[in-house]
Write a protein of this length. Structure first.
Length: 300
């Protein structure tokens, strides 16, 4: 099937897979990890590596991005996508540095544990550990407001953390930014049926991800999120892509949030594929980056 995608996004068309082999995943992770580690932020931004203890005495790595005068700037916890199984890449770092620069933020980037070795709830536990770390290290981290954001599977973890923050009665997270997020294990949406073999992400990859993520798990409270109560959340930003099996999940989330009287900023993009922002020079990416920055700055 041909898709009427934005001409700027045509370089993504060859990336069409029914599954990722173990070798493919290892190669992708090696490349993404190297590209991330060796891409250093430019002055005036700094990147500090932090080691945080998650549940079960496991250690995870986080990166703190900041300017020298970061005290009292709002904090964004950012969670990369990749189907819960691939590393964040250099484009994630470039994106969050733009958030830091143009929305005047400090950022905590969490390298949560990945499939297939670590299944739900390990990644979620790592995100909660990073959140608790920020809460307890008050001498190091001072910020007026806490935000959370993520793309794809990272969007799932970001929304899970917002729900956790609400469930604990803390209400510390003031803004949640979800970029083409993974939201539910259930596959009854039209977009899931329509986009069985789209480039970048599709029905086959989505089903395999959920099967692996929830394997051996008897509950999915902070995994399959669309079924949760949406009351008492702070402002949520949602982006969806037109030719994405996840599209209708994002649309359904917007509807549920509005029914719960939660403020929502939604951008249902046209002629787009899941992961379109891996191409930073595409006009649609530039436009949506401005919308994200406006949201994080409070200009929405």
């Amino acid at each position: 099937m041909k898709y009427s995608i934005d001409p700027d996004l045509k370089p993504l068309l060859p990336f069409k897979f029914k599954k990722h082999s173990t070798l493919t995943r290892h190669l992708m992770n090696a490349f993404f990890k190297a590209s991330f580690e060796f891409t250093k932020p430019k002055s005036p931004f700094n990147r500090k590596r932090l080691t945080i203890q998650s549940l079960g005495c496991e250690k995870i790595t986080c990166y703190h991005y900041y300017k020298d005068d970061f005290e009292h700037k709002n904090m964004l916890i950012y969670l990369h996508g990749g189907g819960f199984q691939t590393e964040g890449a250099s484009f994630h770092q470039k994106m969050i540095l733009k958030f830091a620069e143009h929305a005047d933020l400090q950022i905590l980037y969490v390298k949560y544990r990945l499939l297939p070795k670590y299944r739900y709830p390990k990644a979620f536990e790592d995100v909660v550990a990073a959140y608790q770390y920020l809460k307890t290290q008050t001498e190091t981290f001072q910020f007026p407001s806490l935000f959370v954001g993520g793309d794809s599977a990272g969007g799932n973890l970001a929304f899970a953390l917002a729900l956790y923050d609400r469930d604990q009665g803390n209400h510390l997270i003031k803004k949640t930014m979800l970029i083409y997020p993974v939201l539910t294990r259930h596959t009854h949406f039209s977009s899931n049926d329509m986009y069985q073999l789209t480039p970048m992400w599709n029905q086959h990859l989505n089903q395999a991800m959920w099967k692996a993520y929830l394997k051996h798990s008897s509950e999915d409270t902070y995994a399959s999120l669309l079924e949760r109560d949406m009351t008492e959340l702070n402002t949520v930003y949602i982006e969806t892509a037109e030719f994405d099996p996840l599209r209708d999940e994002g649309i359904a989330l917007e509807k549920k949030l509005r029914q719960a009287k939660i403020k929502v900023i939604a951008h249902h993009t046209k002629k787009t594929l899941h992961g379109y922002d891996v191409l930073p020079h595409a006009n649609i990416t530039k436009m949506l980056m401005q919308q994200r920055i406006h949201f994080l700055k409070g200009e929405s």
